[in-house]
Write a protein that binds this ligand. Sequence first.
Ligand SMILES: Cc1ncc(COP(=O)(O)O)c(C=O)c1O
Length: 483
Amino acid sequence: MPQTPELHRGLDPQDWSATRELGHRMLDEMIDWLATSRDRPVWRQMPQNLRAELRETLPQGPQDLEAIYEDFRRMILPFSSANEHPRMMGWVNGGGSAAGLLAELLTGIFNVNCGGRDHAAIEVERLVIAWAAEMVGMPTATTGVLLTGSSMANMVAVLVARRAALGAEVRTHGLQGAPLTAYASAAAHGCIPRALDMAGIGSDALRQIPADAQHRMRTDLLRAAIAEDRAAGRLPFLVVGTAGTVDTGAIDDLATVATIARDATIWFHVDGAFGATAAFSPRLRPLLKGIEHADSLAFDFHKWAQVPYDAGCVLVRDPKLHIETFAQSLAYLTQEARGLAGNPPWPRDLGPDLSREFRALKIWMTLKTYGSEGIARVVESGCDIAQYLAQRIEREPTLELLAPVALNIVCFRVRTGAADLDALNRELVADLQEAGIAAPSTTTIDGKLAIRAALFNHRTVPADADALVDGVLQLARRRCETS
Ligand SMILES: Cc1ncc(COP(=O)(O)O)c(C=O)c1O
């Protein structure tokens, strides 16, 4: 007789009421945290002793959930990257939202795997993909998939474009020496060459087309580069237009880039990581003219649309080509005519992931809660505050603006007070962050180190822009006095 194994009770608590009580407390405290973000310094570095304390060995026995939560409150929460803070102005970071926080909680209930199958989460994902296509004016048949972010979305687009150029065989035989070439602005994001690298094409295949004084791709040079490569026997296969460059927010002339790509019969992809979100705004949408012609578009809901991380998205105009780039026949993943294994195509047929979280829920809840008009107001406000900040900088004799302000990014620097201005401005950014005043980042514009303020947070108001400038001026004076 086989022995009956000892009854294992699983991981559910014996006393749900304690879990319920703790859950309610956590939610109350997290809502308080969000509601008071402005009252805290924008960033606090995690102290060394807490880093050391956190690094315990793999827990063997069970620990009390309430005590773990206390550890979270003490060691993790206060030392975050502070994206929720109104004076977080560095890189390209969205602020999240109350609706997003609650959506993340609901996502945890399902523990759903969105690789495929016939269930409601897949329908929600298809719906938000349809909303995204509607936002930018792409056809209703457009397919898409949610991904970690635009780095992956651009990568997926490169793979579909590669499949379009070389046919189905590229999936089994590889490039076989095909001399593919791709084109993007010199101001394009670093994930574009990296996508070519990861797709086996190599980053050297990217022609980085110089930008004009507005930091937009020079379309005359794009046309010439394609012609030159063709004449040399190479195979131009992909043109990437950028809608909102990472450094300055410049938007390429997408209508002209679309025409050049169409005339040359080349895949037209748009990296609209954050800039595509401007399509929500009737006021700003004209800046993106031409985006609706894209063969594919990469963008993120987690940036300007304020959906919590991560929520990237790729759209592809040709559904057949999209599916043919990723679909794979596997016995253990057969798609059936009925039952839970029905409902093709599955997200796994549209991208590289099989196990996937339910990203669509937080996008669905955010867009329903605030509406496209609510997101449009966030985007317009970011652009208006950027203009306000630029005007303030131009009034300050010791500051200079380093690039035109196309959307919501302002690059500037202190222009006096040190022999090495790059070093001074780099130190000032760290000073601002460490003082908890504001958290801009840095970049290089025309060889000069810039303080880069990117206004993505929906909580930011004009007074935050003033606090940034006041902080820069005050810290610069202090540095000059002590040097
Ligand atoms: C223009 C642009 N493209 C691509 C990316 C990469 O996006 P992600 O960080 O979501 O991978 C960024 C990130 O800021 C970006 O600004």
